[in-house]
Design a protein around this ligand. Structure first.
Ligand code: FAD
Ligand code: NAP
Length: 337
């Protein structure tokens, strides 16, 4: 196992925060993972599991040993009729896996194109975009249980997937390291183009409806709307879209006639957090090295030398102003360390 000592984490998180870590262990396989937890050198140290660092905010130097998960491999387990089961190592880059699926004509993940990060982190918050969530293509996963040192298998039900949430962000937090994910893909996909302008792009460009064109449309929309972390540090949406109860929605819609909303289930309504943040005057606000993105106010940004603590403070100010104006609690999506 490759161990780096006293290093900057700047290139290990898409916010580009320059926090330091005492130890960073590059984990290539299950044996190295086990060694990281059992060896006399690292046993006693608390651990922080890291994938691509695209959903984390470092607010201080890390005294924990960082376990950077690089476990690779993509394997077709079996193919029956139109169903294909594919097992993927936790360290594979998510978007590379999507491209691999397109190359093999396996449908299911095309709407999730261009999401940064690793396959192993994808179940943690049940990644989602453009009307598709990880749970829609998920079959099972394997995870190293820290307490027992054993590899355990989880089916979909056990993962308790929810809106940007799972067992691993809830009761199972800090107890498991995901080592592989198995997907159920299909050679006869049902296209989902109802969301966020995909159909419009397909129509405008007169494209054939297939997984490659859906992926390319999603990539195009994302590139025009979202900041590229290589150019401006960010971790995507800093907050989740709040889901509110109907009575609160009814009261707010009397005041704000243009309140955007999406029914989730009977009696609950999703409100785009970006709209709430914009209404509170935060869109495009810049405070020296940090700020709120000018096109997508759900994304907080680091212009280069910003500190994690400053971004956290800004996020708390945004949360307070939305609570005050709308009576809505914005929950953080990004994991703060
Ligand atoms: P990290 O940031 O490294 O880790 C995230 C959390 O998971 C941490 O708590 C970490 O400890 C834990 N973790 C990581 N790997 C493992 C593992 N193997 N086992 C156990 N725990 C682990 N998210 C969406 O859902 N939809 C989007 O459309 C989307 N778009 C984004 C766009 C941009 C520009 C950016 C920067 C981010 C976006 N995200 C989106 C957020 C992010 O990309 C996803 O949450 C992604 O799954 C995080 O993967 P990661 O490998 O970078 O995880
Ligand atoms: P958008 O299309 O401007 O829409 C704003 C919000 O309204 C979205 O977040 C989405 O919620 C919701 N929405 C839009 N159309 C909807 C529909 N037909 N049905 C139900 N809800 C709808 O959003 P955007 O910012 O450009 O992002 C596009 C997609 O990429 C979204 O799915 C978003 O979640 C995802 N994304 C996620 C991140 C992240 O870091 N988590 C970053 C960038 C983009 P949902 O979020 O529930 O889909």
């Amino acid at each position: 196992m490759f161990v780096k000592k006293n290093i900057s984490l700047k290139s290990y998180n898409t916010f580009g925060i320059d926090a330091r870590a005492q130890f960073l262990l590059e984990i290539e396989n299950d044996e190295q993972l086990s060694e990281a937890f059992k060896s006399s050198q690292f046993r006693a140290l608390p651990k922080l599991v890291l994938g691509g660092g695209s959903n984390v905010l470092f607010t201080k130097n890390q005294r924990k040993a960082i376990l950077k998960i690089n476990i690779r491999g993509i394997e077709v387990l079996d193919q029956k009729n139109n169903d294909v089961r594919v097992k993927v190592g936790a360290g594979e880059a998510w978007h590379q896996f999507v491209l691999w699926c397109l190359d093999h004509d396996f449908g299911g993940v095309e709407n999730l194109s261009l999401i940064p990060g690793t396959v192993g982190a994808a179940p943690i918050q049940n990644i989602g975009a453009y009307g598709v969530e990880l749970k829609d293509v998920f079959e099972s996963l394997e995870a190293y249980e820290i307490k027992s040192g054993k590899i355990r298998s989880f089916n979909k039900e056990q993962c308790q997937f929810d809106y940007r949430h799972s067992f691993f962000k809830g009761r199972g937090k800090d107890q498991f390291v995901i080592t592989s994910v198995t997907f159920m893909l299909t050679t006869r996909p049902i296209f989902n183009v109802s969301y966020g302008g995909i159909q419009q792009m397909i129509d405008e460009k007169e494209l054939e409806l297939n997984i490659r064109n859906i992926s390319e449309s999603v990539i195009h929309i994302r590139q025009t709307k979202l900041p590229d972390p290589i150019k401006i540090g960010n971790a995507g949406s800093f907050f989740k879209n709040p889901i509110i109860e109907k009575p609160l929605y009814d009261a707010l819609s009397l005041i704000y006639e243009d309140l955007p909303h999406y029914p989730v289930d009977l009696g609950s309504i999703k409100i785009p957090a970006a709209w709430l943040i914009e209404q509170c005057g935060w869109k495009g606000k810049r405070m020296d090295q940090i700020g709120v993105h000018e096109r997508q106010p759900l994304v907080l940004v680091n212009y280069g030398e910003g500190k994690g603590k400053e971004i956290l403070k800004l996020s708390e100010q945004i949360q307070a102003s939305i609570q005050k104006k709308f009576g809505i609690e914005l929950a953080r999506e990004v994991n703060v360390f």
